[in-house]
Design a protein around this ligand. Sequence first.
Ligand SMILES: [Zn+2]
Length: 260
Amino acid sequence: MESPVVLIPALRDNYIALLYATDGRSVVIVDPSEAEPAIRYIENRGLQPLAILNTHHHPDHVGGNRELQQTYDLPVYGSAEDRDRIPGLTHPMYDGDTVTPAGLNRRGLVWDIPGHTRSHVAFVFLDDELLFAGDTLFAAGCGRLFEGSAKQMHTSLSRLAELPESTRLFCGHEYTVKNLRFARVVEPENPDIEYKLARAEALREEGEPTLPSTMGEELRTNPFLRVGEPAVRETARAQGVNGDDMVAVFAAIRAWRDRF
Ligand SMILES: [Zn+2]
């Protein structure tokens, strides 16, 4: 199946995702960090924008909301908890709610996945096997803990890890190469990391996105989804962490990544 998602590079290393409706002519805009690149893409192709979906309130995810809304009069979907901090929010959502902008004809669920922020959500399109994970799950990485605890983030990532392996992962940033270099230090003996790093470096040399990833690839390469693996626990133990405590292992690796 051809991907119904295109990624538009924005700011320094952000991606704005456009998800095509089944008609192939209308789109929803996920996390517009800025308006201009999205408007240019939409106008050049004569597309019809339907809505904005925001995973969280950070400026590099909502910075284009106002201008896009003024240009196209769009509904904005995001966490109800971000009511006061997502510009132009019209559809405050709760865990398990369905995102159904008119004309999209795809069913997207809102999942609360706190940790990066206290009110971060994912948009999960189960039938289409698409996951928009914002700054919670990156290819081979995860977001910094700004407002949440290690326990919260570990729980959120564990929830995403239950998605089918063929689910395509779209996230907010192009951090894959650096993340995989870190993953290789955590798990030097993991050939899947080596293989994926070589592929990611080649894509970046061509100026291509390394995304989407798949949940299957993440389960095999992402140290933050692998805190139960003996090799990862061993690495944490070597740093003085209780290797039997998955949250402690997660916290240690997250802190290590901050210094990497
Ligand atoms: Zn963020």
